[in-house]
Design a protein. Structure first.
Length: 288
C-alpha cells in the first residue's frame, strides 16, 4: 500500500523546451494578456485643467494614488488638484499609444505632472507615492529612522502585493480552472504576510510607527482590502483572526480622504461606492 499524493494532478503537463503562447487562453484576461509590450492602437490621452493628470483604474494599486491625492488636498495642498481619467484595463485601454507613451510597461496607474516644464510622467504606484510625498513634503517623514521605516514597508508592499494579486487573486478568482496546489501555495504565503502585518501592528499604531504615511496608503488597499474586495477571499483566508491588522484597517478606512480616494476610477459597486472619473472635488457630491 502506498501513500496517496498530497495533490491530485489533472494532467501530467510537461513544459516544452521553448515556450510559445497558446492560440486560445482561458480566464478573464485571456484576450488582453500577451507576451509582447508596446502600444496596440493609436489614441492620445485626454488632458484636464489641473496640474496633475492621473490615468488609472480603482484597483488596489490605483487606490493608493487617489488616496494620497485626497489626503494631500485635505491637508491643504491646493497644488495637488488632479484629474483622474479612467483607463479600463478590462477593455485593454492601457495599451493605447498615449498611455504606453507615459508608461512603457502598460500598467495602471500613471501620472503626468504638468505643473513643471517639461511635463513629467511618473509610473509604478510606489514611485508615484514617493514623487508626490516629496513634491508636497507630506506623508513621508524627513527624519532618518522614520523615513527609512516608511520606505521599508513601502518596498515590502511593492514586493509582496504581486504575490497576492498575480498569485492568489489569479488562481482563486480569475483562472479558468481551480488548481489546488496553486491556490494552497499562494494562500499560505498570503496568510504569512497577513501575520507579518498583524504582529507588527500589535506594537505600532501605523506601519512606520506613530505617524500615518505613504506606507499605510500603499498597504491598506491590498491587506486586507483586496481580500474583502476584488478577490472576495477574506473568509477563505480567515482574515478576521488578524485583530491588530483589522484595528489598523478600520482606523484608516474611517479617514474621509481615504473614503473618497478609494472610490475614484472604480467602475462598479454599490451605489455611492464608485466614481468613474474625478475632475473636481464636487464630483463626490453625486455619490451622496
Amino acid at each position: 500500500m502506498t501513500d496517496s499524493p498530497a495533490y491530485s494532478q489533472p494532467t501530467d503537463y510537461q513544459p516544452a523546451k521553448v515556450w510559445t503562447p497558446k492560440t486560445a487562453h482561458g480566464g478573464q484576461f485571456a484576450s488582453i494578456n500577451r507576451a509582447e509590450s508596446g502600444a496596440r492602437f493609436e489614441q492620445p490621452l485626454p488632458v484636464g485643467r489641473h496640474p496633475l493628470q492621473l490615468y488609472s483604474q480603482g484597483t488596489p494599486n490605483g487606490q493608493k494614488v487617489t488616496i494620497l491625492l485626497e489626503e494631500l488636498l485635505a491637508a491643504g495642498h491646493a497644488g495637488a488638484e488632479y484629474d483622474a481619467w479612467l483607463v479600463d484595463i478590462f477593455k485593454g485601454e492601457q495599451f493605447s499609444s498615449g498611455f504606453v507613451g507615459i508608461n512603457p510597461n502598460g500598467k495602471i496607474p500613471a501620472l503626468v505632472d504638468r505643473s513643471i516644464d517639461p511635463a513629467t510622467p511618473v509610473f509604478e504606484s510606489g514611485s508615484i507615492l514617493v514623487y508626490l510625498a516629496e513634491r508636497f513634503g507630506a506623508f513621508l517623514p524627513s527624519e532618518g529612522r522614520a523615513r527609512t521605516e516608511t520606505f521599508n514597508w513601502l518596498m515590502w508592499q511593492m514586493g509582496s502585493a504581486p504575490f497576492v494579486g498575480g498569485g492568489l487573486g489569479h488562481f482563486y478568482a480569475y483562472a479558468p480552472s481551480r488548481i489546488e496546489y496553486a491556490i494552497d501555495r499562494y494562500a499560505m504565503e498570503t496568510k504569512r504576510q497577513l501575520d507579518v502585518l498583524d504582529k507588527h501592528l500589535a506594537a505600532h499604531e501605523f506601519l512606520a510607527g506613530d505617524t500615518y504615511s505613504i506606507a499605510d496608503m500603499a498597504v491598506w488597499p491590498w491587506y486586507p482590502g483586496s481580500l474583502y474586495g476584488v478577490y472576495n477571499a477574506h473568509e477563505f483566508l480567515g482574515v478576521e483572526q488578524y485583530t491588530h491588522l483589522l484595528r489598523w484597517y478600520h482606523a484608516i478606512a474611517a479617514r474621509p480622504a481615504v473614503a473618497r480616494g478609494r472610490v475614484v476610477n472604480r467602475t462598479s459597486g454599490a451605489p455611492g461606492e464608485f466614481l468613474r472619473e474625478r475632475h473636481a472635488a464636487t464630483d463626490f457630491d453625486a455619490l451622496n
